[in-house]
Design a protein around this ligand. Structure first.
Ligand SMILES: *[C@@H]1O[C@H](CO)[C@@H](O)[C@H](O)[C@H]1NC(C)=O
Ligand SMILES: *[C@@H]1O[C@H](CO)[C@@H](O)[C@H](O)[C@H]1NC(C)=O
Ligand SMILES: *[C@@H]1O[C@H](CO)[C@@H](O)[C@H](O)[C@H]1NC(C)=O
Ligand SMILES: CC(=O)N[C@H]1CO[C@H](CO)[C@@H](O)[C@@H]1O
Length: 470
């Protein structure tokens, strides 16, 4: 599921800009190590292959020999791995284990399983489905997009040597350290609102409402959302389509910093009043005052697993397809623009039967002392970071793997509905960390007006294109 990482930091791998913050940054490639046989070999190989813009793959005659890999491994002090795809234990042949496979299938949605593995990818979409956990050991597991060799990099030198050898597809940069700015702890008050067209499970829950009343309630929420942003708060919401297990349902956790409980009640009273007037019965939610915002992912009640700040490694693996878009203040600050944005969101949920996930907040540059960085300027003017994804599409290791054609059709469908969001948010963009890697307009969407400058910097320091961008 989406994280709420707010800041994207891109640091290109450039030896001369390294500040030495940590020991592992001390061990760097020097002129001397750079001239040894393995590095010379890999550099020459890369140069030859990049003549036509391609790199060698396993089946090519020019793929390095066993001896060359051994020599390369020595350059890396033995940090070279040759891992099999995680799910290869499910397939007939060396390493087959029905027991291990069963265990794998049961834990496939666990993020740690994938992050602890040198090559596994947390998204079925990106993996290309070439080796999924299966109960049919006689089907085929192929290396697919997973790398044949992997360097378990423990220092900057390891990264530099490995870079000589290979292109890293879809990798824009490598972080070796991150500086985090800490702010004084500020208490937040959080409360949750939910309404649905489907009869609720619990007797204490509000009764069901009609579809039109539901969407009128959504408009009332959008009208209040700018106030949440301006209070420095977070509106963390989901709209589940009518075809989902919860039925057409809206759930939002509204967290606002530095308010007393009394102030918070005053703050959300106009929204609750409006909802009640529309025929969506709402009482004052149970409030929490804490140092972390409180919100939950699930549509149901009592799911307290996913409190922000209590979240840790171990989340389930992401949806197979997700797309995101920034809606700006001008999408919501007049009644006509709000109506237009509302219709675009409704279209995606109602006609596309896609789930909506929204975060109302304003990541103003001034809040972080106007840093000079590569953050997409569209991110700075957003009041809604909106996402769309297929409901119930977790990669759980049990669902049938779809063929390429089916996946392609699903992607085209999602992007087709995304187009209605692009149409109402011209000049805007998409949050790269939670975007669609195959976004039709990824350069503009992820980087905005920064793209040209970022590309020029990259060309300057990565002339041989070890990190692939386009
Ligand atoms: C690289 O060398 C280390 C240490 O000798 C060894 O354990 C590892 O298996 C080697 N890697 C490969 C891919 O052969
Ligand atoms: C919190 O509110 C108090 C009282 O209104 C104000 O003085 C203070 O500056 C606020 N703190 C932050 C971090 O906004
Ligand atoms: C709406 O927001 C945009 C962008 O911040 C601003 O230029 C415009 O003046 C605002 N309009 C109103 C009516 O507040
Ligand atoms: C038809 C066939 O080849 N079945 C085999 C599939 O794999 C299992 C486990 O390796 C074998 O036991 C079957 O004979």
């Amino acid at each position: 599921m989406p994280s709420v990482t707010l800041i994207l930091i891109l640091i290109f791998l450039v030896a001369r800009v390294f500040a030495l913050n940590f020991d592992w940054e001390r061990d760097q490639l020097t002129e001397e190590t750079g001239s040894n046989a393995a590095s010379r070999f890999s550099s020459a190989t890369a140069a030859a292959a990049s003549l036509n813009g391609c790199r060698f793959i396993l089946s090519d005659a020019d793929w390095p020999s066993e001896e060359e890999w051994v020599s390369f491994n020595q350059t890396l002090d033995g940090a070279l791995l040759k891992p099999k795809p995680l799910a290869s234990v499910c397939y007939a042949g060396e390493g087959y284990s029905a027991a291990k496979c069963e265990q794998l299938k049961n834990n496939w949605a666990d993020m740690n399983l994938h992050t602890d593995d040198p090559t596994s990818i947390m998204s079925q979409w990106a993996s290309g489905n070439t080796c999924t956990p299966t109960s049919q050991p006689n089907s085929t597991c192929i290396q697919g997009v997973w790398p044949v060799y992997v360097v378990k990099a423990a220092s900057i030198r390891h990264i530099q040597v490995a870079e000589f050898l290979t292109m890293l597809p879809g990798t824009f940069g490598i972080l070796t350290s991150v500086v985090v700015k800490a702010s004084p702890p500020t208490p937040l008050v959080s409360g949750r609102i939910r309404f649905s067209t489907t009869p609720p499970r619990g007797s204490s829950a509000p009764p069901a409402i009609s579809t039109e009343t539901f969407w009128a309630g959504m408009k009332a929420y959008w009208e209040h959302s700018i106030a949440i942003c301006d209070a420095g708060g977070l509106g963390y919401s989901f709209i589940y389509p009518s075809s989902s297990s919860t039925g057409l349902t809206f759930t939002v956790s509204i967290s606002v910093p530095n308010k007393t409980l009394v102030e918070y009640r005053t703050f959300i009273a106009p929204l609750l009043e409006k909802l009640n007037d529309l025929g969506i019965p709402q009482s004052m939610p149970t409030l929490q005052r804490d140092l972390v915002p409180r919100f939950e992912h699930g549509g149901g009640y009592g799911d307290e697993k996913a409190l922000l700040g209590r979240r840790a490694l171990g989340e389930i693996t992401g949806h197979t397809l997700i797309a995101s878009r920034f809606f700006s203040r001008s999408n919501f600050n007049t009644s006509s623009s709000l109506a237009t944005a509302h219709v675009a969101i409704r279209h995606l949920v109602e006609d596309g039967e896609l789930s909506f996930h929204g975060m109302n907040y304003v990541p103003l540059a001034s809040l972080s002392a106007n840093p000079s960085n590569a953050v997409n300027p569209a991110f700075r003017t957003t009041v809604l970071h909106a996402q769309a994804f297929e409901p119930n599409a977790h990669w759980d290791g049990k669902a049938v793997a779809l063929a390429k054609e089916a996946l392609t059709a699903r992607h085209a469908r999602l992007q087709g509905y995304m187009q209605s969001w692009r149409d109402v948010t011209p000049e805007s963009g998409s949050y790269i960390n939670e975007g669609d890697a195959q976004d039709w307009e990824w350069k503009e969407a992820f980087f905005g007006p920064n793209y040209a400058r970022l590309a020029a910097i990259k060309r300057r320091y990565d002339g041989e294109v070890y990190l692939e961008t386009d």
